[in-house]
Design a protein around this ligand. Sequence first.
Ligand code: SF4
Ligand code: MG
Length: 327
Amino acid sequence: GGRLLRIEDLEVTVHKQQGPVSLVRETSFEVREGEIVCLVGESGSGKSVTARTIMGLTQLDDNMEVTGRILLGDEDLVALPADRVRRLRGRDLTMVFQEPLSSLDPVYTVDFQLREALRRRERLGRRAERDRLVSALREVGIHDGDRVLQSYPHQLSGGMCQRVMIAMALLGRPRLLIADEPTTALDVTVQAQILDLIDRLRREEGMAVLLVTHDMGVAADLADRVIVMYAGQVVEDAAPRDIFARPAHPYPAGLLASIPPMIRERPARLPAIPGPVPDPSALPSGCSFHPRCSFATEACLTTRPAAREIDGRQVACWNPLVEEGVA
Ligand code: SF4
Ligand code: MG
């Protein structure tokens, strides 16, 4: 598919009393039509902030500063007035959050909220609308759709609300779905069903998906590309077969080493990563990963590596584990 979303030099800074804190730095990547791109990393890596910024949500906070470009087609969402971005949300762009209750309105029934979502895309008769909602619920594994439609969010379990929210996001058939850990709270069977549904919509409707996850297994199964973030920066952006078989950056290499081998082909003798994720207000000098990196050299302590292309991927590291032109 063609290019749908392009992020260029994205920087997200929160202005606190103690001074500015950088949450996302020098971030560039793209998502093509019909492509599933997984954004992975530990919590605090900047992946959720990046997702929310693409949706125009970070910008609603006066303490947040966003620079760079977020191109959806030809429109730069960073430069667009807030009301134009709001209009794109829910139509071209929809997001599924980790916390379903934050996006379902407690004062309206599920029926009302799903109809609203559907009407952003098309107008149908009442009966046809009803049928569409019931089938949208069935797609996310809800088989008593009539009961659920009449319910208010607080009458449903958390897992049920999560599924309703996913149904709502997909009803509008967005061009780009941004999903932040959409299935983390759901049981394995429902999770698989929803991931299959997302996969089908990208194949059949060309929907592009930016999937935020800390689950490398999900990324391995679904992704066309995997983008690994660490301390607010993209450290590796590669095809899954490359990143899972031969990670180039020591951070994903360490992350992958902690995953059971049946999920992926594991490179031998890579250490698990000791030490905590750095605090964004006190980032280490040079490469932010250096205190946890067993490959660190002098340059790593002083100079931050920019992303560059190595072996068909983007890698931000002075000492990548994969060399240029070596297969
Ligand atoms: Fe490790 Fe240096 Fe690469 Fe950072 S730049 S990941 S410290 S080798
Ligand atoms: Mg998060």
